[in-house]
Design a protein around this ligand. Structure first.
Ligand code: PGA
Length: 241
């Protein structure tokens, strides 16, 4: 696992954005795994600015998002579907039929998990997966647990995640469940880039990079992946050995 430390979020955005753009330039119909949350937003801004300059087209790119809330309409302002459209998809030329999300309102979560796994496989596998990290070490919504998961599943969100994300919901009750890609689905990506900025992430980053590989810190499993880079600022890197 490589750790790259940068001074600003903008520098991280450019470094990660270039990886995505190069991959899509080399393999226009490849599948990219996208993440929501604050961490990748500057990267999405960089990608949009390169698209606006005419430097890249995403018309054949396939997308797979990591997770989606359950019990929330897909067009709710806080759904991850809405987040991705507002921050990236509506601003580039990705085609609607190439955009893939887990259905947080699926009637049968096992069938939905199997459908997503099959769609990823049919797309040739995820070439680059973008990740954030929770203050509790979660990736996607794989919360600290007794075992590493494999394919997508319905998860009960932990209090730590609810505390971190309630701010987006304001007065609205935040969902208590989500559908997330599992650790196995994430680990099968060819390349993984994880973005973390700010002191609040320092403990999780240190545990993921220097700690033992344990499902109690889901991101620690990335130590076992052959092509992972953490893109962090100095604050997020501050507890690294
Ligand atoms: P954040 O969330 O990018 O909003 O900090 C990351 C995560 O919880 O995975």
């Amino acid at each position: 696992m490589k750790v790259m430390v940068y001074k600003t979020a903008e520098e991280i955005a450019e470094a990660v954005g270039r990886i995505i753009i190069k991959r899509v330039a080399d393999e226009p119909s490849c599948a990219i795994g996208f993440a929501t949350g604050a961490s990748p937003v500057p990267t999405y801004e960089y990608i949009v600015s390169e698209f606006n300059k005419g430097n890249i087209s995403f018309k054949d790119m396939k997308t797979f998002n990591l997770d989606e809330y359950c019990d929330l309409p897909v067009d709710d302002k806080n759904s991850y579907h809405t987040f991705m459209h507002e921050n990236l998809f509506d601003k580039i030329d990705v085609q609607a039929e190439n955009i893939n999300f887990l259905d947080g309102n699926a009637e049968d979560y096992d069938a939905e998990s199997a459908r997503y796994a099959e769609a990823i496989k049919a797309a040739g596998g995820i070439k680059v997966q973008i990740l954030g990290i929770g203050t509790n070490g979660h990736i996607g919504f794989n919360e600290p647990a007794d075992e590493f998961t494999d394919e997508a599943f319905k998860v009960t969100l932990t209090q730590s995640t609810i505390d971190s994300n309630q701010k987006y919901f304001g007065e609205q009750a935040m969902p208590r469940y989500a559908m997330t890609m599992g650790i196995g689905s994430i680990m099968r990506s060819e390349e993984i880039v994880l973005i973390a900025t700010g002191e609040a992430k320092a403990k999780a980053i240190a545990a993921a990079v220097n700690g033992e590989v344990t499902p109690q810190c889901p991101a620690s499993i990335l130590q076992n992946h052959p092509n992972v880079t953490f893109f962090v600022d100095e604050a997020a890197a501050s507890l690294l050995k």
